[in-house]
Design a protein around this ligand. Structure first.
Ligand code: ADP
Length: 302
């Protein structure tokens, strides 16, 4: 197969591993920086131009689109789809997963476990908002945050009011969420490939920190997940319409709750913790799926 890895930086661990895994399986592989692509979107035969040539003959692409380039990145993925190239994750599913609010609404509709969450922009009734999630301590999140930035734990009602007011002053969209104290600074990252959890790791926050993101100093280790956690992760991936994704869960008193679903999960933490060839599993999924030439019709919901 001829595979394109859509990534801005060939040196990143995940990009390197995918290239390596594809080559090991005798595929032709090329890293493509989506921001350098340009496209004629009205042409009868959709094409993509890159570094002075036309990108042709690709069987499949693996989008590794960073949050900051979602808009243009998904447009390039869409163009590949129009050219009949199979994408590991469809452009609409990536766009859907990048919107925290939309994602939570979809997951909630499927009946999956979520922390009690409210969404606000300029609430008149801050007290009502705070009461809705069961009062302080609670978590306030900027809708646009990633890697744990823009996630604030407000320990008291006073602190919660001030932070909500501050975010309101910035004209930001916010989520106000029940604090899952019993997770004790740990979350579970389930890596889903082709409808199966292929590996799961626990990420523990650094001392004095409640956010377990590896970017915030969290530590990863292998964990055995329960059947309920496994099915929650698989259902979350299918609701979002993502073939490859990271589903983050917290262990709450009312069962597993979903934090988020990541359409470009980093491979380093999970491969190091599990010693598994996750990149290889992604390529194998591609081999199987692109042979079946699944159409790129919208899956998932909404
Ligand atoms: P980001 O998308 O920026 O990573 P998350 O919503 O995933 O933001 O939050 C980052 C981390 O903060 C989570 O992995 C989790 O450890 C912690 N966290 C977030 N929300 C809650 C919550 N409601 N209760 C307890 N911990 C939380």
């Amino acid at each position: 197969m001829k595979i394109g890895i859509l990534s801005r930086n060939p040196k990143l661990y995940s990009t390197r591993r995918l290239v390596e895994a594809a080559r090991q399986r005798k595929h032709e592989v090329r890293v493509i920086d989506v921001l350098r692509c340009y496209m004629d979107i009205t042409a009868h035969n959709p094409v993509i131009h890159y570094k002075g040539e036309e990108l042709t003959g690709f069987d499949a692409v693996i989008p590794r689109i960073g949050a900051s380039i979602t808009f243009y990145g998904t447009a390039v993925v869409r163009q590949f789809e129009m050219m009949g190239v199979f994408s590991v994750n469809e452009s609409v599913a990536i766009t859907r997963s990048r919107d925290k609010l939309r994602s939570l609404q979809l997951l909630s509709r499927t009946g999956l476990g979520l922390p009690i969450t409210t969404f606000a922009h300029s609430p008149d009734d801050i007290n009502g908002l705070i009461d809705e999630v069961g009062g302080a301590p609670l978590v306030i999140k900027l809708l646009e945050g990633t890697q744990g930035l823009g996630v604030v734990l407000a320990e008291t009602k006073k602190a919660a009011e001030s932070v909500i007011q501050a975010f309101m002053g910035l004209n930001a969209n916010i989520l106000v969420q029940e604090f899952i104290k019993e997770a004790r600074g740990s979350d579970i990252r389930c890596l889903v490939v082709g409808g199966k959890v292929v590996s799961a790791m626990e990420r523990k926050a650094a001392p004095g920190e409640f956010r377990s993101n590896l970017h915030r100093g969290g530590q990863a280790s292998l964990i055995k997940i329960t059947p309920e956690e496994r099915s929650t992760a698989v259902r979350a991936a299918s609701t979002m319409g993502l073939n490859v994704c990271g589903v983050d869960l917290l262990r709450s008193n009312h069962g597993p709750v979903i934090m988020e679903v990541n359409s470009s999960p980093g491979l380093r933490g999970i491969e190091e913790a599990s010693k598994k060839d996750i990149a290889g599993m992604i390529i194998e999924f591609l081999e199987k799926e692109s042979q079946e030439r699944k159409s790129t019709k919208t899956r998932g919901r909404g």
